[in-house]
Ligand binder design. Structure first.
Ligand code: FES
Length: 109
């Protein structure tokens, strides 16, 4: 794992998000009340973009089938719904975020 400098804190005001790419992997960065969190911008259900999802508190809701993930842990907290069926996807990949001064670093493999 190594820290990768991906943004400045002013790039992502509270309640806002940014999509960054590290070695071709897209990552969603979110500022929740001054705390920064990073998860893969790929829903583990069927690959929807979590960046394009809806923020509900500390949850991000996938725009495709509604699965919700806790941004602080990546944990799936609401299943995907396709037609009449609920399916619980795996947790989203989450990354450790470190703030150094005004720089936002994401720890990446
Ligand atoms: S692709 Fe995200 S819930 Fe289906």
């Amino acid at each position: 794992m190594r820290p990768v400098d991906v943004a400045t804190t002013t790039d992502i005001p509270a309640g806002m998000r940014k999509r960054v790419s590290i070695d071709g992997t897209k990552i969603l960065l979110v500022n929740l009340d001054g705390q920064y969190y990073a998860v893969a911008d790929r829903c583990p259900h069927m690959g929807g973009s979590l960046y394009e999802g809806k923020l509900e508190g500390n949850l991000i809701v996938c725009p495709n089938h509604g699965a919700a993930f806790d941004l602080t842990t990546g944990q799936n907290v609401r299943p995907a719904r396709v037609l009449f069926f609920n399916k619980r996807p795996p947790d989203a990949t989450s990354y450790r975020v470190e703030i150094k001064g005004t720089r936002v670093l994401v720890w990446f493999e």
